[in-house]
Design a binder for this molecule. Structure first.
Ligand code: ZN
Length: 336
């Protein structure tokens, strides 16, 4: 009865979504409502071996890919996970948009009818979630099977790493509402930065400058810009004392040339926007301990994983936005 009610409820929400997209913009679901609808799907299809944050982690991973890949269509639904047509109807099925469970089974397709409407429909969130969890449930029997199954499905360690990062962060904060961001330096300190994307740099050969340099005094605290997990910490000949943090948007945030770290910081730490990770310095451009070869600054870089490679993109416009948001929040604390 409860599951029937839940299904009815989801269908209502879905038709609500579809109808609002063509009618007045004021009726469009808010960001919070969309996140709630997603969460409802994750909880509805979760099980002991597949907690909601595993399903949320996979779904978010696929959503991120669809944001940055032109060869992937953005799925039109509450959840982003999508099966390929081949997977859904079966490779040799002549009907490419087949929704008939019997012929899909005959052609060895994966598509299942999750909402019992008589169709295994690739466009319906319930059918997709039911098929996904069915696929996973068959394979995830003991601890560790989840990661193994992800590796089999996505074929890349980076994909597994990113999905497990998402899962840990979602589990830790017990929500998928994690869009908050922070400027990496406290506004009350003196600092300056400009767009330095693509500038040539002075050490280590001809490499393009992949990031933004924020100049500030030694010891100014450096903060995490996002929710994320500390993936790397330690010396790098270019970056000096650096920290790498991965967030739930397939983005790796790189903080370099630090003079040191906060005492407690270690790899695997889960942190939020504004958490202090270290202090501005001028470490780097040489072997471990090298410092003072250039004025102290924070080098901040952003790298996006698109399912195949990781590529750098310009953080400058985002830094400007986060800085503006914090200034605004300071001026008008009640509104934020
Ligand atoms: Zn730099």
């Amino acid at each position: 009865m409860i599951s029937w009610l839940r299904r009815g409820f989801s269908i209502c929400l879905l038709s609500f979504l579809i109808s609002t997209s063509v009618s007045a913009a004021e009726n469009e679901p808010t960001r919070e409502q969309i996140l709630e609808m997603r969460m409802d799907y994750y909880i509805k299809y979760s099980s002991e071996m597949l907690p909601w944050y595993y399903l949320a982690a996979i779904d978010q991973y696929e959503r991120n890919l669809q944001e940055v890949r032109s060869d992937l269509t953005k799925r039109d639904g509450v959840v982003a996970f999508q099966f390929s047509e081949d997977d859904w109807v079966g490779l040799l099925n002549p009907i490419r948009d087949d929704r008939n469970s019997t012929s899909i089974v005959f052609f060895d397709g994966r598509g299942l009818d999750g909402n019992n409407d008589g169709f295994a429909d690739l466009k319906q969130d319930d059918d997709v979630m039911f098929t996904l969890t069915n696929y996973l449930t068959e394979r995830v029997v003991t601890e560790g099977d989840f990661e193994k199954t992800l590796k089999e499905y996505y074929k890349r360690d980076e994909a597994v790493k990113q999905i497990m990062t998402n899962a840990k962060i979602y589990k830790h904060y017990n929500t998928v509402d994690l869009d908050g961001r922070a400027f990496p330096l406290a506004l009350q300190h003196n600092y300056s930065y400009r767009s330095t994307w693509g500038d040539s740099r002075g050490w280590g050969g001809r490499r393009m400058h992949e990031g933004t340099d924020l100049f500030a005094s030694y010891g100014v605290p450096v903060k995490s810009t996002t929710y994320g997990i500390v993936e790397t910490k330690g010396w790098n000949d270019y970056g000096g004392w650096r920290v790498g943090i991965r967030d739930v948007n397939n983005t790796y945030h790189y903080y370099a040339h630090l003079s040191g770290y906060t005492k407690e910081l270690k790899e695997g730490d889960i942190l939020e926007p504004g958490t202090v990770i270290g202090y501005v310095g001028s470490s780097g451009y040489g072997r471990e301990g090298t410092s003072g070869k250039f004025p102290p600054h924070l080098h901040y870089g952003m790298y996006k994983f698109n399912g195949r490679t990781e590529w750098a993109y310009d953080p400058f416009p985002l830094l400007k936005r986060w800085e503006q948001q914090e200034k605004q929040a300071k001026k008008n604390p009640a509104a934020s």
